[in-house]
Design a protein around this ligand. Structure first.
Ligand SMILES: *Cc1c(COP(=O)(O)O)cnc(C)c1O
Length: 402
């Protein structure tokens, strides 16, 4: 069987120039070949995060970077208010619990954005709070949380705000400095569009003050951000304590160049917004309704309920792999049986992926369920509906939208 196209919420199919960069001979993590690549990569990450804060790039999955940042910003017994409205919110709470923080979860329904007033009410009843934690884009439910409003709330109570921005950073407009996000975390394999393996963390000056003032006993060695900060100050060209995952950094560099120079950051966001709209419009035409309302829908992953006549999500998922070479993801937790997730990051955010996905769902409904879909799925109609959002692309760009 040929390899399916990935429409997953990570990892993702990556563009040719990024793939080519991954295949080059390994570089040492210092010296004239690597240093300029490193410095340029950090500077592009800062542009994407819209920040002048320090940025750390470590060898870790997204969860590893969250782990390091939680361990560094918080200490055992710290009282942390956490938005709890999806599986990755649950993951972040587990990490906080692993460091014996006292988590105050502000529960919300899956599929709805977090309720900022509910957190405000709760904050009024507590003293000695150490911070607020929120997942920007919960990849498990495909919902965007109102990070800007949480950041305002944090300012109101003079608290640091910790943002799990994995699957968010780069996918849409999250200005770290303008909103005052103290910690923002992402990984290499979501909207930054390369292979898994790098964890990326931005740290504000206020967060450094807190990190330097806190108990370090529970932090370990590699995952103590304080250690990284010393190196940033002492050795700005090579500010890392170990061998770096140079091949991944070289590929991240290639991917960010592609985003910043070929696509432009705004063009990248526009492509994701177009992909979101195309997927949602197409699914609605097939009576497979998106879980999340338009105004809180993720730009990087769409969760949708399977058609009411369908028996199981697995059936559609397997059919798409077997007959259309398309791989989407099962949902998590309580969504498991009625919801599927289609990611539209990386190459999946293109007509070349979205068209066969929607046609595959249509074919499944017609073939397996003998569903009559009146006009069928009109791709011309789909293009028409979403045309305004299709970003212009330069002649030199390879692949992507047609
Ligand atoms: C993907 C993701 C993670 C976890 O990333 P890993 O690299 O699998 O550890 C955490 N939070 C969010 C919001 C994610 O999308």
């Amino acid at each position: 069987m040929t390899r399916p196209k990935l429409l997953l919420p990570g990892p993702i199919d990556i563009w040719e120039e990024t793939l080519e960069a991954l295949s080059r001979q390994v570089l040492p993590h210092y010296g004239d070949d690597f240093n300029p690549i490193w410095l340029e990569t950090v500077s592009m990450v800062k542009e994407i995060f819209q920040t002048e804060n320090d940025v750390i790039i470590m060898t870790a999955p997204g969860s590893g970077a969250l782990d390091a940042a939680v361990a560094s910003l918080f200490e055992p017994q710290d009282k942390v208010f956490a938005v709890n409205n999806g599986p990755f919110a649950g993951r972040l709470i587990e990490i906080l619990n692993a460091y014996n923080c006292e988590v105050i979860p502000i529960d919300g329904e899956w599929g709805l954005p977090g309720d900022v007033d509910k957190m405000r009410q709760a904050l009024h009843h507590h003293t000695n709070v150490a911070g607020i934690a929120v997942v920007a884009n919960d990849t498990g439910v495909g919902v965007r949380n109102p990070v800007e409003a949480y950041a305002e709330l944090a300012r109101e109570f003079d608290l640091p705000i910790f943002v799990d921005g994995v699957s968010a950073m780069g996918g849409y407009d999250i200005p770290v400095d303008k909103w005052g996000l103290d910690i923002a975390v992402t990984s290499s394999n979501k909207a930054l569009e390369t292979a898994p393996g790098l964890g990326i963390i931005s740290v504000s000056d206020r967060a450094w003050d807190i990190i330097n003032s806190k108990n370090k006993a529970h932090r370990g060695w590699y995952y103590d951000l304080g250690r990284w900060k010393q190196l940033i100050d002492q050795s700005p060209t090579n500010p890392y304590p170990t061998t770096q995952a140079t091949s991944l950094i070289v590929s991240l560099h290639a991917s960010l160049k592609r985003i910043m120079e070929k696509e432009t950051l705004k063009g990248h966001w526009a492509r994701y917004a177009w992909a979101q709209s195309a997927v949602r419009t197409g699914l609605r035409a097939l009576a497979c309704h998106p879980v999340v309302a338009d105004d809180a829908a993720s730009y990087t992953v769409t969760t949708f309920r399977i058609h009411e006549d369908m028996r199981s999500v697995g059936e559609l998922r397997d059919y798409l792999i077997a007959h259309h070479g398309i791989m989407v993801a099962n949902a998590m937790g309580s969504f498991e049986n009625r919801v599927l997730r289609a990611g539209h990051m990386g190459k999946a955010g293109s007509q070349e992926y979205i068209e066969p996905f929607l046609l595959g769902v249509e074919d499944f409904l017609r073939t397996v369920y003998k569903k009559d879909i009146p006009q069928g799925l009109s791709l011309e109609g789909l293009r028409e509906t979403t045309k305004q959002q299709i970003p212009k692309r330069s002649k030199s760009s390879s692949g992507g939208l047609r």
